[in-house]
Design a protein around this ligand. Structure first.
Ligand code: ARG
Length: 466
């Protein structure tokens, strides 16, 4: 849809539900209850659902086939009006459902008034949300796959680059950058699995549940499900109109995804700092400072990290909205839209831009390697060396620790100590220790399944087809 739909909101007074009322709605209430500014974006899905409903009503002879056809044509024309920005949205019509229904009657006359037969806005809005979210999840799955591809490509490009691996943000053991990047690949893989699981539960047809109790008309829900591509049909009308657990699940899954995104974002911020200087972010994805001419700020990863707050917050908002609601539909449920829409938008935008950053990332191998060589990251390997030569691990740990202490006092790395200095701690140490302790050998030896050895990572990349 071009432009904001509510830039030309029109006011009108006669309500589609006005029969029971003697006076008009207070202006303040009209503004307070209307959701059109938020839910107008559901228009395509609303029309898709209404077209299926009208076809079903015609097929079942609940309304004349002639009217059903008129309705379908009218709805298609309305969709064009909205897409072209020619549709006048009305605040008085509350939401997208009634805006479209009113316009339908304006366009095709009395037949328009038959569309809502055997339907309530309660099953209609539940349907719209499912149709909408189904598309959003499909889009998110595709962009997650792209981000994963970028990570795998970067891992391949920097397959041999060695970096310090951290625990407690203290240098721990050298690892391959590619292994580190593929850790995120696997996290995003699980995120995709979770979205796929979520999709199964989104993909259930609620239409035909009426306001809450079902309908007296001889509707055909199997036909509706077929038209709308739902593999499953809700079994309980009360459940179908009152639960939004599929939204909660989406927001939960999105929150977990954002845990992963924000950790990656945080590492990019850290790594691009002058203190680390492991990577350079592409210029196009950074901004300068209005005051300090030298600055190149990692705003994009910072914002991804920051947007995590919204997504977590939206999950919390919807949990709170749902908690303690009596069955079935309550107007509180209208408040599901802002959290859902904003989260879906935020997920899509963040995943996409993260992929672009990874693609443009420049890695400073020299800086990473230097950091991996400085800080006794091979001390575990010195202990392993002694174990291989018959020393119990606990004792080897002690010996290696003492050697590190000597190194620190002399300002030398382990491999800068002479053989005599080393052998003073254990005569099991020989000249081959120097090769053994190089960052390359340290990494290459971690061949056990899932470890950081080059052979493991190369095999994994092959599995991934890069
Ligand atoms: N705009 C409403 C929502 O989003 C549609 C359903 C209204 N139903 C009702 N009984 N007032 O929840």
């Amino acid at each position: 849809m071009r432009g904001a739909p509510y830039t030309h909101l029109k006011k009108s007074n006669k309500k589609l539900w006005g029969g029971r009322f003697s006076g008009g709605t207070a202006n303040s209430v009209e503004a307070f209850t209307a959701s059109i500014a938020v839910d107008a974006r559901l228009y395509r899905h609303d029309i898709m659902g209404s077209i299926a409903h009208a076809k079903m009503l015609g097929k079942q002879r609940i309304i004349p086939v002639r009217d059903s056809r008129k309705i379908v044509r009218g709805l298609a024309a309305i969709q064009r009006e909205i897409t072209r920005g020619k549709f006048e949205f009305s605040l008085a019509d509350e939401d997208i459902h009634m805006n479209i229904e009113r316009r339908l009657t304006e366009k095709i006359g009395a037949a328009g008034g038959k569309l809502h037969t055997a339907r309530s806005r309660n099953d209609q809005v539940a349907l719209d949300m499912r149709l909408y979210l189904r598309d959003e999840v499909a889009a998110i799955l595709a962009s997650l796959a792209t981000l994963q591809r970028e990570l795998a490509n970067a891992a391949k490009k920097y397959l041999d680059a060695i970096m310090p691996g951290y625990t407690h943000l203290q240098r721990a053991q050298p690892v391959l950058l590619s292994h580190h990047l593929l850790a995120y690949y696997d996290m995003f893989d699980r995120d995709r699995e979770r979205y796929l699981g979520c999709l199964e539960r989104i993909n259930v047809l609620p239409l035909g549940s009426g306001a809450l109790a079902g309908t007296t008309f001889p509707i055909d829900r199997v036909y509706l499900a077929k038209l709308l591509g739902f593999p499953r049909i809700s079994k309980n009308s009360i459940d179908a109109v009152s639960d939004r657990d599929f939204l909660l699940e989406f927001l939960s899954v999105s929150s977990i995804l954002f845990v992963h995104l924000s950790r990656l974002a945080d590492e990019l911020v850290l790594w691009s700092s002058q203190e680390f200087a492991f990577v350079e972010l592409p210029d196009g994805y950074c901004t300068g400072s209005s005051m300090m001419p030298q600055k190149k700020n990692p705003d994009v990863p910072e914002l991804i990290r920051g947007k995590t707050g919204r997504v977590f917050g939206h999950l919390h908002a919807l949990l709170t909205i749902m908690k303690g609601l009596p069955l079935a539909y309550n107007r509180d449920l209208q408040e599901d839209k802002v959290p859902l829409f904003d989260s879906a938008d935020t997920v899509k935008a963040s995943v996409k831009i993260m992929g672009e950053i990874i693609r443009g990332l420049k890695v400073r191998r020299d800086r990473m390697l230097a950091a991996a060589q400085d800080g006794y990251l091979n001390a575990t390997d010195l202990a392993d060396y002694l174990v291989e030569r018959g020393m119990p691990f606990r004792q080897a740990h002690e010996v290696s620790g003492k050697i590190v202490r000597l190194g620190i006092s002399l300002g030398k790395r382990i491999e800068e100590l002479s053989l005599t200095e080393l052998r003073a701690f254990s005569n099991r140490i020989d000249n081959d220790i120097y090769d053994y302790l190089s960052a390359e050998s340290v990494v290459a030896r971690r061949r056990a399944l899932g470890g950081t050895s080059r052979s493991n990572v190369a095999r994994r990349l092959k599995e991934l087809g890069v």
